[in-house]
Design a protein around this ligand. Sequence first.
Ligand code: SAM
Length: 284
Amino acid sequence: MEIAKQTREILRKHDLRLKKGLGQNFLVDTSVLDQIVEAADLSEDETVVEIGPGIGALTEKLAQSAGKVIAVELDQRLIPVLEENLSAYNNVEIVEGDALEVDFDQLAGGDYKVVANLPYYITTPILRRLLEEDFSVTEIFVMVQKEVAERMAAEPGDKSYGVLSFGVQYYTEAEIEFIVPSSVFIPQPKVQSAVIGLRLLEQPRVEVIDEEFFFKVIRASFQQRRKMIRNSLSKAANINLSKEVVEQALEEVGIDSRVRGEKLNLEEFAKLSNQLYRGSKKVD
Ligand code: SAM
C-alpha cells in the first residue's frame, strides 16, 4: 500500500490527531526515507538513536540497516502504535521520553549515530545538547528547515553565514545532503526542508582559551552585521571591552579593524578572541 495512505489509515485506526505543537509532520515518501538511511551509511554493527520516531516509518528503515535502533518518542499516544508497527524487529528499543532530557549515552551504551526527522521546534536546543554535552555520538543526520540547514553549513561571504554556522562548524564537518519539498510530509509544513549531515570532529576545529568568551565575541560581531568589527566589538554590552583593547587586539592578529565580522572565518575569530581575552585580563 502506498505509504501516505497507510499513514492516514494508521492515524484513523488509532484515532490520532497530529499535534502541531510537537512538530508532528510525518514523512510519507519512501524514496526520501531511503535517501536518509543511505546518507547515514549504516552498517549492522552500528547503533542509531532516532529522535521522534512518530509512527515508525523511518525507524523501520533504520532497523533494516543498523545493528540496533533506539527510538525516543515524547508523545505517549504513539508508543503502542510504534510497538505494533515495529513488532517484527527485535533490534528496536522504543523509549518514551524527552530527547532534551534522556541520557543518550546510557541508552546506547557505546558509540552511535543520531538520525531523525526532527520536530522543528527543538532543532536548536537538541543540536546544542548533542554538540556541547560531550556525548558518544559520532555523526548526526537530521531533517531540519532548509534555511536552518543553510545557516549551519554556510561559509564566510554566504548570506546565511552567522552565529549558528560557528556553533555547528566549531564541533563538526557540516554538509547539506539533500533538499526536501514540503509535499513529502503529512501534514505539509509551510517551509522547505533539508537533511544535513554533521560529522563530529575529534577536537573542536580551533583552539580557544575560553569557549564562552569566544562565542560572545562571535555573537557581538554579528549583532550588527553591517558594522565594522572594531565598532561592533567595542560597543558590545556582552563583552565590555574598550576601543583601545579591541583595536590593539585586531592589529596584533593582523585583522583589518574596518572589516565586517561576516567576512571572518572560524580560525580568525579564534585568534581574535584569544587575543581579546588576554587583553581583557591585562585591563582587569
Ligand atoms: N520520524 C517520524 C517521521 O519521519 O515521519 C516523525 C517525525 S515528526 C517531524 C517529529 C516527532 O518527534 C513526532 O513524533 C513528535 O511527537 C516527536 N517529538 C516532539 N518533541 C519531542 C521530544 N522533545 N522528544 C522526543 N520526541 C519528540
